[in-house]
Design a protein around this ligand. Structure first.
Ligand code: GLV
Ligand code: MN
Ligand code: MN
Length: 414
């Protein structure tokens, strides 16, 4: 076998080409689930998979599986992958590094003459980002069984379009959502390459992070119905302003995190829409989506309950009707110690300093860890910035991550 050699420049060209497939002009990347840009990006990835002679399968939610068959087809495959959907106003690296990076790892392994014994499989997960339906990791939730197919089918976006409507547009309607779930241990291991989305690796000048635990996410949607009216005519004591109830709820969300007793509790009201949205009209409706996470379940759950208690109190006081719904409430993931050791050994072999760390962001690995041994490789990103157009990792930082991934895949698939 020849040395494994990663072509960082070719990869950068692919990253840039994929970033150009966006719903918004550069440098912004926006690729919401099943938008035209998302569908075009999927075709872009499938073409690259074709160049590597991988065999392709789409499942009913649009997860893409690209397999390099091993020499022993009785063995469970080793999987890697991430996502290519992007939140509004995103950058070009979140998720993409784990997809294009995996393909570059496969290419480098093929060119080195490596033949895997276990099949190697790239998974491009559907809707890791929650933008369309408010729930993240849609594809990997269904794979792991954490989300029931009937619950998924009932999801509605802000325009009241269902998941079925969107699956039709994506040409997936003939496939059965019940078939997405995969059995436990169908993979011998799963390793996801991702940018850190935090500042530690850069600050400590460490090229590689290996993830030991993924923080526990949760999300709520709150719909508020107040009473609208003329901004000049309705006197202040008569008002039932949906926006103001929402504003108080957003402040209660902040307080719940600030007073949880754990600095790792973070809470964000990232969606806040109102109707009718006219300057001279009292807001009659508001929609909030709230993201609340923590490394510890006890403080996460207590903060979530505080928010859920605050909503009716605020709404009662303001005479505003509400509906509050838990979109997801997930446990943290504990990554596989043996896989972690393998990655640390690979880093030693490559002479790359490594740090074991917690992921505060969630990833499809959170759900893959429920069905097989899983962990993640992190690479530094500039200033720890993510979910912004100025997200950046250098070609050299990405190359190091791919080298670790390629060597780990070779070890695991041998
Ligand atoms: C993933 O994008 C997250 O919000 O953690
Ligand atoms: Mn993201
Ligand atoms: Mn991501």
């Amino acid at each position: 076998m020849k040395p494994i050699s990663v072509d960082a420049q070719r990869l950068q060209q692919q990253i840039d080409a994929l970033a150009a497939i966006s719903e918004a002009p550069p440098p912004v990347v926006t690729r919401v689930l099943f938008s035209e840009a998302d569908l075009r990006a999927r075709t872009f990835i499938k073409n690259l998979c074709g160049q590597l002679a991988l065999s392709l399968r789409d499942d009913a939610i649009g997860n893409l599986f690209a397999r390099w068959p091993g020499t022993d087809l009785k063995l469970p495959p080793i999987a890697t992958g991430s996502h290519i959907d992007a939140i509004p106003n995103a950058g070009r690296y979140d998720g993409v590094v784990g997809v294009l990076g995996a393909l570059e790892a496969f290419r480098a392994l093929q060119q080195s003459g490596f033949r895997p014994r276990h099949s190697l499989e790239l998974i491009v997960f559907t809707a890791e980002e929650p933008t369309r339906f408010g729930i993240g990791c849609l594809g990997s939730r269904l794979i792991s069984g954490a989300l029931a197919p009937e619950k998924a089918a009932a999801l509605r976006d802000r325009d009241d379009q269902t998941l079925s409507d969107w699956r039709k547009r994506a040409g997936l309607e003939t496939l059965d959502l019940n078939s997405v779930r995969l059995p436990k241990d169908c993979y011998a291991g799963f390793v996801e390459l991702h940018i850190e989305q935090g500042p530690l690796l850069e600050k400590e000048h460490i090229p590689i992070g290996v993830v030991e635990k993924i923080a526990a996410p949760s999300a709520l949607r709150v719909q508020l119905t107040g009473v609208g009216g003329h901004a000049g005519a309705v006197l202040m004591p008569e008002r039932h302003d949906a926006l103001l109830a929402g504003a108080e709820i957003a402040l209660a969300v902040e307080q719940a995190a600030l007073t949880s007793g754990n600095p790792d509790t973070v809470a964000t009201t990232g969606v806040f829409r109102i109707e009718p949205g006219a300057v001279n009209s009292v807001p009659c409706r508001a929609w909030l989506e709230i993201d609340l996470r923590d490394t510890q379940l006890t403080t996460r759950d207590a903060a979530l309950q505080r928010v859920e208690k605050a909503v009716p109190e605020i709404c009662r006081r303001r005479g505003v009707d509400f509906q509050s719904e838990r979109l997801n409430v997930d446990a943290p993931a504990i990554c596989d110690p043996q896989l972690i050791d393998t990655l640390v050994q690979v880093c030693g072999h490559l002479d790359l300093k490594v740090k074991k760390m917690i992921s505060r962001a969630y990833h499809d690995s959170l759900f893959m860890a429920q069905i097989c041994p899983a962990t993640m490789i992190f690479i530094p990103c500039r200033g720890g910035v993510s979910h912004r157009p100025d997200e950046y990792s250098s070609p050299e930082q990405i190359r190091d991550g791919i080298l670790v991934l390629a060597h780990a895949l070779a070890k695991l698939a041998s």
